[in-house]
Design a binder for this molecule. Structure first.
Ligand SMILES: C[S@@+](CC[C@H](N)C(=O)[O-])C[C@H]1O[C@@H](n2cnc3c(N)ncnc32)[C@H](O)[C@@H]1O
Length: 395
Protein backbone atom coordinates (compact mmCIF):
# COMPACT_ATOMS: atom_id res chain seq x y z
CA UNK A 1 0.00 0.00 0.00
CA UNK A 2 1.32 3.43 -0.95
CA UNK A 3 0.53 7.07 -0.24
CA UNK A 4 0.77 9.38 -3.25
CA UNK A 5 1.20 13.09 -2.55
CA UNK A 6 -0.68 14.89 -5.28
CA UNK A 7 0.50 18.00 -7.14
CA UNK A 8 -0.82 21.56 -7.28
CA UNK A 9 -4.04 20.46 -8.97
CA UNK A 10 -5.04 17.32 -7.00
CA UNK A 11 -8.09 16.48 -9.18
CA UNK A 12 -5.90 16.25 -12.27
CA UNK A 13 -3.18 14.32 -10.45
CA UNK A 14 -5.75 11.84 -9.15
CA UNK A 15 -7.29 11.38 -12.60
CA UNK A 16 -3.80 10.57 -13.91
CA UNK A 17 -3.23 7.96 -11.18
CA UNK A 18 -6.60 6.36 -11.97
CA UNK A 19 -5.67 6.26 -15.65
CA UNK A 20 -2.40 4.50 -14.89
CA UNK A 21 -3.29 2.16 -12.00
CA UNK A 22 -7.05 1.69 -12.47
CA UNK A 23 -9.92 3.15 -10.41
CA UNK A 24 -10.32 0.05 -8.22
CA UNK A 25 -6.87 0.48 -6.65
CA UNK A 26 -7.20 4.11 -5.58
CA UNK A 27 -8.88 6.30 -3.00
CA UNK A 28 -8.71 10.09 -2.93
CA UNK A 29 -8.37 12.15 0.27
CA UNK A 30 -7.73 15.83 -0.53
CA UNK A 31 -4.04 16.23 -1.31
CA UNK A 32 -3.23 12.53 -1.07
CA UNK A 33 -4.27 9.29 -2.72
CA UNK A 34 -3.99 5.83 -1.24
CA UNK A 35 -2.79 3.34 -3.84
CA UNK A 36 -3.30 -0.35 -3.21
CA UNK A 37 -0.80 -2.18 -5.43
CA UNK A 38 1.90 -4.76 -4.66
CA UNK A 39 4.84 -2.85 -5.99
CA UNK A 40 5.77 0.40 -7.70
CA UNK A 41 9.01 1.01 -9.59
CA UNK A 42 11.06 4.19 -9.98
CA UNK A 43 10.33 4.08 -13.69
CA UNK A 44 6.58 3.95 -13.09
CA UNK A 45 6.92 6.94 -10.79
CA UNK A 46 9.05 8.94 -13.26
CA UNK A 47 6.26 8.62 -15.84
CA UNK A 48 3.76 10.40 -13.58
CA UNK A 49 3.53 14.16 -13.99
CA UNK A 50 1.03 14.87 -11.22
CA UNK A 51 2.41 12.99 -8.20
CA UNK A 52 5.04 14.75 -6.09
CA UNK A 53 6.02 11.93 -3.71
CA UNK A 54 5.28 8.27 -3.20
CA UNK A 55 5.68 6.69 0.23
CA UNK A 56 5.25 3.07 1.25
CA UNK A 57 2.91 2.44 4.19
CA UNK A 58 4.93 0.64 6.87
CA UNK A 59 2.54 0.70 9.84
CA UNK A 60 -0.90 1.79 10.97
CA UNK A 61 0.49 3.20 14.22
CA UNK A 62 2.40 6.51 14.21
CA UNK A 63 4.22 5.47 17.42
CA UNK A 64 5.93 2.68 15.47
CA UNK A 65 8.31 5.26 14.04
CA UNK A 66 10.81 4.35 16.81
CA UNK A 67 11.11 0.79 15.55
CA UNK A 68 12.23 2.04 12.12
CA UNK A 69 15.08 4.14 13.51
CA UNK A 70 18.56 2.68 14.05
CA UNK A 71 19.25 1.93 17.75
CA UNK A 72 22.72 3.41 17.54
CA UNK A 73 24.71 5.53 15.12
CA UNK A 74 23.72 8.76 13.46
CA UNK A 75 20.47 9.16 11.54
CA UNK A 76 18.78 12.06 9.80
CA UNK A 77 14.98 12.16 9.75
CA UNK A 78 12.43 14.38 8.07
CA UNK A 79 8.82 14.40 9.19
CA UNK A 80 5.84 15.34 7.03
CA UNK A 81 2.17 15.11 7.71
CA UNK A 82 -0.72 14.95 5.25
CA UNK A 83 -4.46 14.95 5.77
CA UNK A 84 -4.10 15.18 9.56
CA UNK A 85 -4.46 18.03 12.03
CA UNK A 86 -0.76 17.81 12.96
CA UNK A 87 0.86 21.17 12.27
CA UNK A 88 4.56 22.08 12.16
CA UNK A 89 4.61 22.76 15.91
CA UNK A 90 3.14 19.35 16.78
CA UNK A 91 5.62 17.65 14.46
CA UNK A 92 8.47 19.43 16.27
CA UNK A 93 7.08 18.17 19.60
CA UNK A 94 7.02 14.61 18.22
CA UNK A 95 10.64 15.04 17.05
CA UNK A 96 11.72 16.29 20.51
CA UNK A 97 10.00 13.31 22.18
CA UNK A 98 11.76 10.84 19.83
CA UNK A 99 15.12 12.53 20.40
CA UNK A 100 14.86 11.80 24.11
CA UNK A 101 15.17 8.09 23.30
CA UNK A 102 17.42 8.34 20.24
CA UNK A 103 20.00 11.04 20.97
CA UNK A 104 21.93 10.53 17.72
CA UNK A 105 18.95 11.29 15.47
CA UNK A 106 18.97 14.70 13.79
CA UNK A 107 15.61 16.02 12.60
CA UNK A 108 15.39 18.27 9.53
CA UNK A 109 14.02 21.60 10.81
CA UNK A 110 10.83 22.70 9.10
CA UNK A 111 8.43 25.62 9.38
CA UNK A 112 5.70 23.75 7.51
CA UNK A 113 3.89 20.50 8.13
CA UNK A 114 5.53 18.85 5.11
CA UNK A 115 8.97 18.80 3.51
CA UNK A 116 9.41 20.01 -0.05
CA UNK A 117 11.19 17.99 -2.76
CA UNK A 118 14.12 20.46 -2.52
CA UNK A 119 14.46 19.83 1.26
CA UNK A 120 14.36 16.07 0.75
CA UNK A 121 16.99 16.21 -2.01
CA UNK A 122 19.20 18.63 -0.06
CA UNK A 123 19.15 16.39 3.05
CA UNK A 124 19.50 13.20 0.94
CA UNK A 125 16.53 11.60 2.72
CA UNK A 126 15.99 8.99 0.01
CA UNK A 127 18.15 6.04 -0.95
CA UNK A 128 20.38 6.07 2.11
CA UNK A 129 20.55 3.58 5.03
CA UNK A 130 20.41 6.15 7.79
CA UNK A 131 18.41 9.03 6.29
CA UNK A 132 14.63 8.91 5.96
CA UNK A 133 11.49 10.90 5.45
CA UNK A 134 8.54 9.55 7.41
CA UNK A 135 5.00 10.53 6.58
CA UNK A 136 2.22 10.62 9.13
CA UNK A 137 -1.11 10.51 7.32
CA UNK A 138 -4.76 9.79 7.92
CA UNK A 139 -7.32 8.41 5.50
CA UNK A 140 -10.87 7.31 6.28
CA UNK A 141 -10.11 7.67 10.01
CA UNK A 142 -7.17 5.24 9.79
CA UNK A 143 -3.66 6.36 10.73
CA UNK A 144 -0.77 5.51 8.43
CA UNK A 145 2.97 5.70 8.88
CA UNK A 146 4.83 5.69 5.58
CA UNK A 147 8.39 6.02 4.34
CA UNK A 148 9.07 8.10 1.25
CA UNK A 149 10.48 6.11 -1.66
CA UNK A 150 10.34 8.53 -4.58
CA UNK A 151 10.13 12.28 -5.09
CA UNK A 152 9.87 14.26 -8.31
CA UNK A 153 13.21 15.03 -9.89
CA UNK A 154 12.90 18.81 -9.98
CA UNK A 155 16.28 19.23 -11.69
CA UNK A 156 15.28 16.97 -14.56
CA UNK A 157 11.91 18.72 -15.05
CA UNK A 158 13.61 22.11 -15.02
CA UNK A 159 16.17 20.93 -17.61
CA UNK A 160 13.38 19.51 -19.82
CA UNK A 161 11.63 22.88 -19.60
CA UNK A 162 14.33 25.58 -19.51
CA UNK A 163 17.32 23.63 -20.81
CA UNK A 164 15.90 23.06 -24.30
CA UNK A 165 17.58 25.05 -27.07
CA UNK A 166 14.29 26.46 -28.43
CA UNK A 167 11.49 28.01 -26.40
CA UNK A 168 8.69 30.26 -27.57
CA UNK A 169 6.94 32.59 -25.13
CA UNK A 170 4.37 33.68 -27.75
CA UNK A 171 2.81 30.24 -28.08
CA UNK A 172 3.04 29.55 -24.38
CA UNK A 173 4.89 26.60 -23.02
CA UNK A 174 3.27 23.48 -21.77
CA UNK A 175 4.95 22.31 -18.54
CA UNK A 176 6.57 18.87 -19.10
CA UNK A 177 4.63 17.51 -16.09
CA UNK A 178 1.33 18.47 -17.70
CA UNK A 179 2.41 16.85 -20.96
CA UNK A 180 3.08 13.59 -19.05
CA UNK A 181 -0.34 13.80 -17.40
CA UNK A 182 -2.02 14.31 -20.78
CA UNK A 183 -0.20 11.33 -22.32
CA UNK A 184 -1.20 9.13 -19.38
CA UNK A 185 -4.82 10.29 -19.61
CA UNK A 186 -4.92 9.50 -23.32
CA UNK A 187 -3.26 6.09 -23.09
CA UNK A 188 -5.06 4.91 -19.88
CA UNK A 189 -4.28 1.42 -18.62
CA UNK A 190 -4.63 -0.08 -22.07
CA UNK A 191 -2.14 -2.67 -23.24
CA UNK A 192 -0.21 0.13 -24.95
CA UNK A 193 1.10 1.12 -21.55
CA UNK A 194 3.76 -1.60 -21.46
CA UNK A 195 6.92 -0.13 -20.05
CA UNK A 196 8.83 1.12 -23.02
CA UNK A 197 12.52 1.60 -22.32
CA UNK A 198 13.33 4.85 -24.13
CA UNK A 199 17.04 4.10 -24.44
CA UNK A 200 16.56 0.82 -26.31
CA UNK A 201 16.97 0.83 -30.06
CA UNK A 202 13.58 0.66 -31.69
CA UNK A 203 14.14 -1.88 -34.36
CA UNK A 204 10.45 -2.40 -35.07
CA UNK A 205 8.79 1.00 -35.12
CA UNK A 206 5.47 -0.57 -36.11
CA UNK A 207 5.13 -2.34 -32.77
CA UNK A 208 5.57 0.88 -30.78
CA UNK A 209 2.56 3.17 -30.45
CA UNK A 210 2.76 6.58 -32.12
CA UNK A 211 1.58 9.74 -30.40
CA UNK A 212 0.48 12.54 -32.68
CA UNK A 213 0.54 16.21 -31.63
CA UNK A 214 -1.06 18.23 -34.46
CA UNK A 215 -0.32 21.57 -32.68
CA UNK A 216 3.20 20.60 -31.62
CA UNK A 217 4.70 24.11 -31.11
CA UNK A 218 8.12 23.63 -29.50
CA UNK A 219 7.43 19.91 -29.01
CA UNK A 220 6.92 19.43 -25.25
CA UNK A 221 4.29 16.68 -25.73
CA UNK A 222 6.53 14.88 -28.23
CA UNK A 223 9.55 15.20 -25.95
CA UNK A 224 7.72 13.66 -22.99
CA UNK A 225 6.15 10.96 -25.19
CA UNK A 226 9.63 10.02 -26.49
CA UNK A 227 10.95 9.84 -22.91
CA UNK A 228 8.03 7.58 -21.99
CA UNK A 229 9.01 5.29 -24.84
CA UNK A 230 6.63 6.19 -27.66
CA UNK A 231 7.35 7.12 -31.24
CA UNK A 232 6.25 10.63 -32.14
CA UNK A 233 4.54 12.52 -34.96
CA UNK A 234 4.28 16.29 -34.78
CA UNK A 235 2.68 18.81 -37.08
CA UNK A 236 2.16 22.57 -36.77
CA UNK A 237 0.90 25.30 -39.08
CA UNK A 238 4.14 27.29 -38.68
CA UNK A 239 7.45 26.23 -40.23
CA UNK A 240 9.25 28.04 -37.41
CA UNK A 241 7.63 25.80 -34.79
CA UNK A 242 8.56 22.67 -36.72
CA UNK A 243 12.17 23.91 -36.87
CA UNK A 244 12.05 24.51 -33.11
CA UNK A 245 10.72 21.01 -32.47
CA UNK A 246 13.40 19.46 -34.71
CA UNK A 247 16.10 21.26 -32.71
CA UNK A 248 14.52 20.35 -29.37
CA UNK A 249 14.12 16.66 -30.19
CA UNK A 250 17.70 16.50 -31.48
CA UNK A 251 18.82 17.95 -28.15
CA UNK A 252 16.64 15.48 -26.25
CA UNK A 253 17.96 12.48 -28.10
CA UNK A 254 21.60 13.53 -27.45
CA UNK A 255 21.25 14.79 -23.87
CA UNK A 256 18.92 12.04 -22.58
CA UNK A 257 20.25 9.22 -24.77
CA UNK A 258 16.78 8.32 -26.00
CA UNK A 259 16.12 6.53 -29.19
CA UNK A 260 12.85 7.10 -31.02
CA UNK A 261 11.28 7.48 -34.44
CA UNK A 262 9.95 10.91 -35.24
CA UNK A 263 8.05 12.52 -38.06
CA UNK A 264 7.63 16.29 -38.20
CA UNK A 265 5.91 18.32 -40.86
CA UNK A 266 4.16 21.61 -41.48
CA UNK A 267 0.39 21.38 -41.78
CA UNK A 268 -2.92 22.96 -40.90
CA UNK A 269 -4.68 20.70 -38.39
CA UNK A 270 -8.07 21.69 -39.81
CA UNK A 271 -7.21 20.36 -43.29
CA UNK A 272 -4.19 18.09 -43.35
CA UNK A 273 -3.86 14.40 -43.95
CA UNK A 274 -1.70 12.62 -41.40
CA UNK A 275 0.19 9.60 -42.70
CA UNK A 276 0.40 6.97 -41.30
CA UNK A 277 -2.46 6.59 -38.86
CA UNK A 278 -1.50 7.34 -35.27
CA UNK A 279 -2.43 5.48 -32.08
CA UNK A 280 -3.09 8.37 -29.69
CA UNK A 281 -3.59 12.11 -30.14
CA UNK A 282 -2.27 14.45 -27.46
CA UNK A 283 -2.21 18.20 -28.04
CA UNK A 284 -2.47 21.66 -26.60
CA UNK A 285 -4.51 23.50 -29.19
CA UNK A 286 -4.03 27.21 -29.74
CA UNK A 287 -4.98 29.03 -26.52
CA UNK A 288 -6.15 32.12 -28.44
CA UNK A 289 -5.28 35.63 -27.30
CA UNK A 290 -3.03 35.90 -24.26
CA UNK A 291 -4.63 38.25 -21.70
CA UNK A 292 -2.70 40.14 -19.04
CA UNK A 293 -5.71 42.31 -18.11
CA UNK A 294 -9.33 41.18 -18.24
CA UNK A 295 -10.89 41.66 -21.71
CA UNK A 296 -14.38 43.07 -22.27
CA UNK A 297 -17.03 40.36 -22.54
CA UNK A 298 -17.48 41.18 -26.24
CA UNK A 299 -13.74 40.81 -26.94
CA UNK A 300 -13.72 37.53 -25.00
CA UNK A 301 -16.75 36.31 -26.97
CA UNK A 302 -14.93 36.90 -30.29
CA UNK A 303 -11.84 35.08 -29.00
CA UNK A 304 -13.85 32.12 -27.66
CA UNK A 305 -15.66 31.88 -31.00
CA UNK A 306 -12.35 31.69 -32.87
CA UNK A 307 -10.93 29.03 -30.54
CA UNK A 308 -14.17 27.04 -30.78
CA UNK A 309 -14.00 27.06 -34.55
CA UNK A 310 -10.40 25.87 -34.63
CA UNK A 311 -11.08 22.93 -32.28
CA UNK A 312 -14.29 22.00 -34.14
CA UNK A 313 -12.63 22.06 -37.57
CA UNK A 314 -9.66 20.08 -36.28
CA UNK A 315 -11.85 17.38 -34.70
CA UNK A 316 -13.94 17.16 -37.89
CA UNK A 317 -10.82 16.74 -40.02
CA UNK A 318 -9.29 14.15 -37.69
CA UNK A 319 -12.44 12.01 -37.42
CA UNK A 320 -12.15 10.02 -40.65
CA UNK A 321 -8.40 9.54 -40.19
CA UNK A 322 -8.43 7.67 -36.87
CA UNK A 323 -9.73 4.24 -35.94
CA UNK A 324 -12.82 3.76 -33.78
CA UNK A 325 -12.01 3.95 -30.04
CA UNK A 326 -8.85 6.01 -30.61
CA UNK A 327 -8.23 8.11 -27.52
CA UNK A 328 -7.29 11.77 -27.39
CA UNK A 329 -6.27 14.17 -24.65
CA UNK A 330 -6.55 17.84 -25.58
CA UNK A 331 -5.68 20.91 -23.55
CA UNK A 332 -8.05 23.63 -24.76
CA UNK A 333 -8.36 27.19 -23.45
CA UNK A 334 -10.67 28.03 -20.54
CA UNK A 335 -11.03 31.57 -19.19
CA UNK A 336 -11.73 33.22 -15.87
CA UNK A 337 -13.09 36.74 -16.32
CA UNK A 338 -14.84 38.74 -13.59
CA UNK A 339 -14.74 35.68 -11.32
CA UNK A 340 -16.71 33.63 -13.87
CA UNK A 341 -15.46 30.58 -15.75
CA UNK A 342 -15.89 30.43 -19.53
CA UNK A 343 -15.42 27.16 -21.43
CA UNK A 344 -15.47 26.29 -25.12
CA UNK A 345 -19.08 25.64 -26.16
CA UNK A 346 -17.89 22.87 -28.48
CA UNK A 347 -17.45 20.73 -25.33
CA UNK A 348 -21.23 20.34 -25.21
CA UNK A 349 -21.37 19.17 -28.84
CA UNK A 350 -18.54 16.63 -28.87
CA UNK A 351 -20.95 13.73 -29.40
CA UNK A 352 -22.25 15.34 -32.61
CA UNK A 353 -18.67 15.39 -33.88
CA UNK A 354 -18.18 11.70 -33.07
CA UNK A 355 -16.23 11.97 -29.81
CA UNK A 356 -17.27 10.78 -26.39
CA UNK A 357 -15.86 12.65 -23.41
CA UNK A 358 -14.42 10.19 -20.90
CA UNK A 359 -15.53 10.58 -17.29
CA UNK A 360 -12.12 10.84 -15.69
CA UNK A 361 -13.25 13.25 -12.96
CA UNK A 362 -16.49 14.52 -11.42
CA UNK A 363 -15.52 18.14 -12.18
CA UNK A 364 -13.96 19.65 -15.33
CA UNK A 365 -10.17 19.21 -15.26
CA UNK A 366 -9.02 22.82 -15.11
CA UNK A 367 -5.31 23.60 -15.03
CA UNK A 368 -4.89 27.22 -14.06
CA UNK A 369 -3.16 29.39 -11.47
CA UNK A 370 -5.45 31.44 -9.25
CA UNK A 371 -4.68 34.80 -10.91
CA UNK A 372 -4.56 33.48 -14.50
CA UNK A 373 -7.15 34.71 -17.02
CA UNK A 374 -6.40 32.06 -19.64
CA UNK A 375 -6.08 28.55 -18.27
CA UNK A 376 -6.37 25.10 -19.81
CA UNK A 377 -9.13 22.54 -19.66
CA UNK A 378 -8.15 18.94 -20.28
CA UNK A 379 -10.52 16.93 -22.43
CA UNK A 380 -10.14 13.17 -22.60
CA UNK A 381 -11.99 11.88 -25.65
CA UNK A 382 -12.66 8.67 -27.51
CA UNK A 383 -13.74 8.37 -31.12
CA UNK A 384 -17.24 6.87 -31.35
CA UNK A 385 -19.94 6.66 -34.01
CA UNK A 386 -21.32 10.09 -34.88
CA UNK A 387 -24.79 10.81 -33.58
CA UNK A 388 -27.62 10.73 -36.12
CA UNK A 389 -28.08 14.49 -35.80
CA UNK A 390 -24.71 15.16 -37.40
CA UNK A 391 -25.09 12.51 -40.13
CA UNK A 392 -28.48 14.03 -41.06
CA UNK A 393 -26.96 17.48 -41.32
CA UNK A 394 -24.47 16.22 -43.91
CA UNK A 395 -27.08 14.74 -46.23
C1 LIG B 1 -0.41 26.66 -27.53
S1 LIG B 1 0.71 26.31 -28.81
C2 LIG B 1 1.27 24.69 -28.43
C3 LIG B 1 2.54 24.74 -27.64
C4 LIG B 1 3.14 23.39 -27.47
N1 LIG B 1 2.37 22.53 -26.60
C5 LIG B 1 4.59 23.46 -27.01
O1 LIG B 1 5.00 22.54 -26.30
O2 LIG B 1 5.31 24.37 -27.34
C6 LIG B 1 -0.35 26.06 -30.17
C7 LIG B 1 0.37 25.77 -31.48
O3 LIG B 1 -0.65 25.54 -32.45
C8 LIG B 1 -0.19 26.04 -33.69
N2 LIG B 1 -1.38 26.25 -34.52
C9 LIG B 1 -2.30 27.25 -34.49
N3 LIG B 1 -3.26 27.03 -35.41
C10 LIG B 1 -2.98 25.85 -36.01
C11 LIG B 1 -3.58 25.07 -37.03
N4 LIG B 1 -4.71 25.47 -37.64
N5 LIG B 1 -3.01 23.91 -37.38
C12 LIG B 1 -1.85 23.49 -36.80
N6 LIG B 1 -1.22 24.20 -35.85
C13 LIG B 1 -1.78 25.36 -35.46
C14 LIG B 1 0.60 27.28 -33.34
O4 LIG B 1 1.55 27.58 -34.34
C15 LIG B 1 1.25 26.88 -32.02
O5 LIG B 1 2.53 26.39 -32.22
Amino acid sequence: MYICILGRQPEISFAELEAVFGKANLKHFGKIAVLDVEDISARQFERLGGTIKIAEVISNDWNDIMSFLPESGKAVVGLSSYNTNLNAKTLTKIAVAIKKHRKSVRFVPNKKSDLSSAQIIHNKLIGSDNKFEFILAEADGAKMLAQTLYIQDIKSYSNRDYGRPRRDAKNGMLPPKLAQIMINLAVQDTKSRHDLDPSKKRAKPKTIPVILDPFCGTGVVLQEAALMGYNVYGTDIEQKMIDFTIANLKWLSASHKVNFFEKLEVGDATKMNWQPVMDFVVAETSLGKPYFVEPTIEALRQNVKKCNKLVEKFLENLYSQIKKDTRLCLAVPAWNVGGKNYRLSIIRRLKDLGYEQQKVSAKPLLYRRKDQIVGRELLVLKKVKKTAKMEDKKE
